[in-house]
Write a protein that binds this ligand. Structure first.
Ligand code: ADP
Length: 258
């Protein structure tokens, strides 16, 4: 009986190893596809602003800007918009490089006044059509010690997603801060498309997008949340998501007090 039992255990062990290896290979392959998608999407998106900039510049040089100030201003505004787009793309590529090399610069800890922080984050998005950001705050100590730029980026990324993934005309986002004995809790809640349970464990992975594989109707590279996660690791925070398809998503951050 013993040899039989032993061979059975061996077979079980070998099958287990093969299964684990197989999962690793599949995961690597998936990451590779997502990376390739990222490169082809970003290359595609770089082309348009560069082409527009080249065309407007040539037009400005040809008709001689000073002769028609109105037209000149229109062209310059167009160029400014395209330059902003390029800046956004470059920021994304830089975020990727940082993620690849795990070399996020360490900022010093500084006091952040929560009402000011919320104001700054809201101001970035308040000009966008249909966007309504409601803030609420229940804190005793309004000043917290953290890396300010990192915390601003984290909240901005979450609000940006909340807006991006709310297709309705009115995009309502609730941004709440509460204070607890050991930590501050930040909640970003939207009423958008939501995320299926099956996808939720992966959305913080690099390049993971719920509709991946081709050009998404919502632009993105699947880097925002992984950047958020790595920043939170550095400043001592955690993040979790609660979401239901068709109802919206709630991202909750708990930032340890220093
Ligand atoms: P990106 O938005 O650039 O695709 P992220 O890393 O920020 O990348 O998000 C990963 C994926 O998680 C998104 O592609 C999207 O499918 C999903 N997601 C993130 N935030 C939300 C949200 N607020 N509502 C619905 N889906 C979301």
């Amino acid at each position: 009986l013993w040899p039989l039992l032993l061979s059975f255990c061996m077979i079980l062990l070998i099958t287990g190893c093969i299964w684990v290896l197989w999962r690793i290979i599949i995961r690597q392959k998936k990451l590779e596809t997502m990376k390739n998608d990222f490169i082809s999407n970003i290359t595609h998106e770089l082309k348009t602003p560069v082409a527009i900039l080249a065309a407007t510049n040539e037009a400005l040089l040809t008709f001689g800007g000073s002769k028609d100030p109105e037209k000149t201003e229109r062209y310059l505004r167009l160029e400014q918009d395209e330059l902003h787009k390029l800046q956004g793309l470059v920021d994304n590529i830089m975020a990727l490089t940082r993620l690849e090399h795990e070399e996020e610069p360490q900022d010093a800890l500084e006091p952040v006044v929560i009402p000011m922080l919320l104001k700054t984050v809201v101001a970035r998005f308040s000009g966008l059509p249909g966007v309504q950001i409601n803030t609420s705050m229940q804190v005793v100590q309004e000043e917290l010690l953290t890396q300010p730029a990192a915390l601003r980026t984290i909240l901005s990324n979450l609000v940006d997603n909340a807006i991006k993934y709310t297709p309705s005309d009115v995009k309502q986002v609730d941004l709440t801060v509460t204070e607890h004995p050991q930590y501050y809790r930040f909640i970003v809640k939207d009423h958008g498309i939501g995320i299926d349970k099956a996808h939720q464990p992966y959305i913080f992975d690099k390049f993971y997008r719920v509709t991946q594989g081709n050009l998404h109707t919502v632009k993105g590279y699947g880097l925002g949340l992984s950047h958020v996660k790595s920043l939170l690791d550095k400043i001592g925070g955690t993040i979790k998501v609660d979401s239901y398809p068709g109802q919206g998503s709630t991202f909750t951050i708990e930032l340890a007090k220093r």
